[in-house]
Design a binder for this molecule. Structure first.
Ligand code: LLP
Length: 431
């Protein structure tokens, strides 16, 4: 099994966090997102412990809530004493409504509007991760209006190109995010930030991409960022006290993916950061990281019910499920790999090769191609594993399909964190 919260019980059913998934499918109906609350907490603690042990000081992980955003998640993040990164006023609002302490919130985005900026300041945002010159001007203006000095860090691109899908790679010079160090624009942004009366520049941020298995790109980025801190200290007399290294550590989706030891990676990056700081005469900054996927991905799975089976003789087999790209667009977008199981036949031989198709009126609506599972019958429960990150968060109502609920598992308990959308919800905003 790809994660230790999965198992098979005496009935031959797939279990998740100790719960029989077939029973869950019956109780809550399908499709349904199922989340293992204790796995989320365990991952938060791994990051928190390793960061405070190896980086020391006030170093802390910020949960990248673009990967999973609803009120209960922010409550859990508050209880686990995590920080958060938000990327829209909607995420920010959800966090506020959940009672998250906003001084530990960092507001991202390459195109924050004047409304977003004012809204964030009104709600006591801790830091802006400022992306560009226009935004710097707008934050300065709005902070001035509100009579405060706003803390910010600057988003920079270190020029790293990690091996991941092009659509989720962000740290190279050709990116819509941040200011490039290589072109001199990062330095210009620092100078401008330092000249602003209502802005307190605290440091820098970089994020090189997502679902990265290698460890070297993170080290390369850290080295470049510390060199930049040293250069700005020498050239402008400004020494950053905060360095945010972003998120991006990979997650095991299928057997062939490696398993990452997050604490060990953090230890290695910390050793390097410390030695680079010592070498360049820089005071060790407070280090922040922004994991999203690696906190919640394997804390989730999606349950579906098998419907039609279409066998095209001598060519291929399709198994259609009662969900698809509206609840998980990741295969359609990035050809993402997933492990698929027949939850009520978890012990049976996986010898039926098929493509798992959704129910949308579009051929690209696939969840996975060429998987091997026990031959499913109509009514069987299909589980797609590791869907905790960027599934609920990226879900849509394409084809006017209602979004699934989010069911949380906590020890023996199971409870609804987000209700299933109803037809009335679908038309609620229509006049
Ligand atoms: N920080 C920043 C600034 C980011 O842009 C991201 C992800 C993260 C942190 C969190 O990265 P993580 O630890 O989750 O890899 N929708 C895509 C992923 C997009 C990632 C966007 N940024 C997917 O489904 O794979």
């Amino acid at each position: 099994m790809i994660c230790n919260n999965l198992g098979i019980n005496e009935k031959g059913h797939l279990t998740f966090a100790g719960h029989d998934t077939v029973d869950l499918a019956e109780k809550y109906q399908t499709p349904a997102y199922i989340m293992d609350e204790n796995k989320i907490r365990e991952k938060c603690r791994i990051y928190k412990k390793a960061m405070s042990e190896f980086f020391g000081g006030n170093s802390m992980p910020l949960f990248a809530s673009k990967s999973l955003c609803f009120k209960r998640i922010y409550e859990i993040m508050k209880e686990e004493e995590m920080g958060i990164d938000v990327v829209s006023p909607g995420e920010l609002y959800t966090a506020v409504k959940a009672g998250f302490p906003m001084e530990r919130a960092y507001f991202h985005g390459n195109n924050k509007t004047d409304f977003d900026i004012a809204f964030a300041i009104e709600n006591g945002i801790g830091y802006f991760v400022c992306d560009n010159v226009e935004e710097l001007d707008a934050i300065d203006r709005e902070a001035g209006n509100k009579g405060i000095k706003q803390k910010i860090i600057l988003r920079l691109t270190p020029g790293i190109d990690p091996h991941t899908h092009a659509k989720i790679s962000t740290g190279n010079v050709d990116s819509k995010f941040g200011a490039a160090i290589e072109t001199g624009q990062a330095k210009e942004l620092v100078e401008l930030a330092l000249s602003k009366k209502n802005i307190a520049l605290m440091g820098y941020h970089c994020h090189i991409g997502s679902q990265i298995f290698e460890y070297d790109p993170f080290c390369d980025a850290a080295v470049i960022m510390i060199k930049f801190i040293a250069d700005m200290k020498t050239e402008l007399g400004f020494e950053a006290s905060v360095l945010n290294l972003g998120g991006g550590m990979g997650v095991k989706y299928v057997e062939s993916d490696p398993e990452i030891d997050y604490a060990k990676n953090i230890e290695g990056i910390a050793d390097l950061v410390k030695s680079e700081c010592a070498k360049l005469g820089v005071t060790m900054p407070t280090i922040l990281m922004e994991p999203g996927r690696s906190i919640v991905a394997d804390a989730g799975l999606t349950l579906y019910t098998a419907g039609t089976r279409k066998e095209i003789k001598g060519f291929k087999n399709y198994v259609s499920i009662d969900g698809g790209m509206p609840d998980n667009p990741r295969y359609a977008l990035y050809q993402s790999a997933y492990t698929v199981m027949v939850a009520n036949k978890a012990n049976e031989e996986a010898d039926y090769e098929c493509t798992i198709a959704g129910r949308c009126c579009e051929s690209g609506d696939l969840i996975q191609e060429g998987v091997k599972i026990p031959k499913p019958e109509r009514g069987d429960t299909i589980a797609v594993l590791t869907t905790g990150a960027y599934n609920f968060a990226m879900s849509s109502n394409y084809n006017a399909i209602c979004k699934p609920p989010v069911i949380m598992l906590d020890g023996e308990k199971d409870y609804v964190a987000v209700k299933r959308e109803s037809f009335d919800d679908l038309i609620a905003r229509q006049v």
